[in-house]
Design a protein around this ligand. Structure first.
Ligand code: SAM
Length: 192
């Protein structure tokens, strides 16, 4: 498998599940902005060991469905070892292809993955394909102009306007930055 140099090293998986990260994001609180309902389907794209996957599973509940898609078997094994509930389904998939059917998810959650995947235009085309008509995509990323030293090299990062332009180019509407702090930003866009 040819990996680019932006790709997360699975040996660093402990950095994705530490208590500082949990304290910063408080995933149930952060994810509440999407108004997900029990029974809905979420794609956790580039799930890694499941920092967001398990809180997402809690929100959609036992009648919902969470696709945890990642190209690293090692990271999916780490997620499996955390005993996810039955509504979590692990998919080994090498992006930008997303091994899911058309119009199958209410939310595509893309946390700290967008900047790692090439080419981005294939990724956004795939996101457009899998999101339902009334669904949305949400991209959480590192700011290139962040002040702290946390996160990937600045040269690897993408700006919010680049993410927005990419999503718009594939037909997503109402693409906008909806949140930011000193280090990170969130872009949301809708299928219709
Ligand atoms: C920085 S980690 C973020 C993990 C998780 N979203 C989180 O926020 O905790 C990036 C993830 O994207 C996955 N990834 C990166 N490039 C990929 C590709 N081309 N195909 C599949 N997965 C990829 C990595 O294996 C890794 O799990």
């Amino acid at each position: 498998m040819a990996h680019n140099d932006k790709r997360f090293d699975p040996r660093r998986q402990h950095t994705l599940l530490n208590s500082d990260r949990l304290a910063k994001w408080d995933p149930p609180r952060f994810l509440a902005r999407f108004g997900l309902q029990p029974g809905q389907t979420v794609l956790d794209l580039g799930s890694g060991p499941g920092f967001w996957t398990l809180p997402l599973a809690e929100i959609v509940g036992s009648t919902g469905w969470v696709w945890a898609v990642d190209g690293s078997q090692e990271l999916l094994d780490a997620l499996a070892a955390r005993n996810p509930p039955p509504q979590v389904h692990l998919v080994l998939s090498e992006l930008p292809q997303i091994a899911l059917p058309d119009t199958s998810v209410d939310l595509a959650w893309v946390a700290f993955v967008f900047h790692e995947v090439e080419p981005p235009e294939q990724l956004t085309a795939e996101l457009r394909r899998v999101v339902r008509a009334d669904g949305r995509v949400a991209v959480l990323e590192w700011r290139p102009d962040a002040e702290s030293e946390a996160g990937p090299p600045r040269a690897h990062r993408v700006r919010p306007d680049q993410v927005i332009a990419r999503l718009q180019a594939d037909g997503f509407v109402r693409a906008a930055q909806t949140w930011q702090d000193a280090d990170n930003f969130l872009v949301e866009a809708f299928q219709k």
